[in-house]
Design a protein around this ligand. Structure first.
Ligand code: ZN
Length: 197
């Protein structure tokens, strides 16, 4: 039997995505065997990120203020918006150094089986952004899996009469995978080979 504090720790760790009960026990054991300073550093990093990091009011990427660095950057091309699922996808695309436009982070993808409809992700906010006449092109960079494709198709339908050019990143990305699993070269190629929807 675990003591109450260890049990609590395992329970909290087990709530994290992708961490099952066995992993939670393993991480708890690892933390409790680690140096106190190391564990406190982790705890502080979690607290600091939670207190300071928020989401950009415009693109919903991580931000330390109301507007993120990318949205505030005057050198970025404001006529293109790349739509991604999560902040990690922005990181993956930025790594290619090929994209100079803006982003929109949906904070998820459509998943009818799990009851995630358009109202659960940042679709409404995207459509509102696109009423701005400076936007010429929207690149749909959702993941090459069932949810990502469904999301891209849904957005393409929503935008078909908007007068905005809607493109989808080219195939060549590993199907069923996540954008951030692909290397810079593959993502860069997929971006430059994007097709019109
Ligand atoms: Zn932003």
């Amino acid at each position: 039997m675990y003591t109450p504090s260890v049990r609590d720790l395992i329970e909290e760790l087990g709530r994290l995505p992708g961490i099952g009960p066995r992993s939670a026990q393993r991480i708890a054991f690892y933390l409790l065997r680690s140096e106190r300073t190391d564990v406190y550093r982790l705890a502080d990093a979690i607290r600091r990120a939670k207190d300071q990091a928020t989401f950009c009011e415009v693109c919903f990427n991580f931000s330390e203020g109301p507007i993120c660095e990318i949205c505030e950057d005057p050198t970025r091309d404001r006529s293109v918006i790349c739509v991604v699922e999560e902040p990690k996808d922005v990181v993956a695309l930025e790594r290619t150094k090929e994209y100079k436009g803006l982003y929109h982070v949906l904070q998820g993808a459509l998943n009818p089986i799990e009851g995630i409809g358009p109202d659960r992700i940042k679709v409404k906010e995207l459509l509102k952004r696109l009423t701005d006449a400076t936007i010429i092109e929207v690149i749909l960079c959702t993941n090459p899996n069932i949810e990502g494709e469904a999301t891209a198709m849904y957005l393409a339908r929503q935008l078909q009469d908007s007068g905005i050019t809607v493109t989808r990143i080219a195939s060549g990305l590993p199907v069923g995978g996540d954008l951030d699993y692909a290397d810079e070269l593959t993502i860069g190629r997929a971006l430059s080979g994007r097709r019109l929807l």
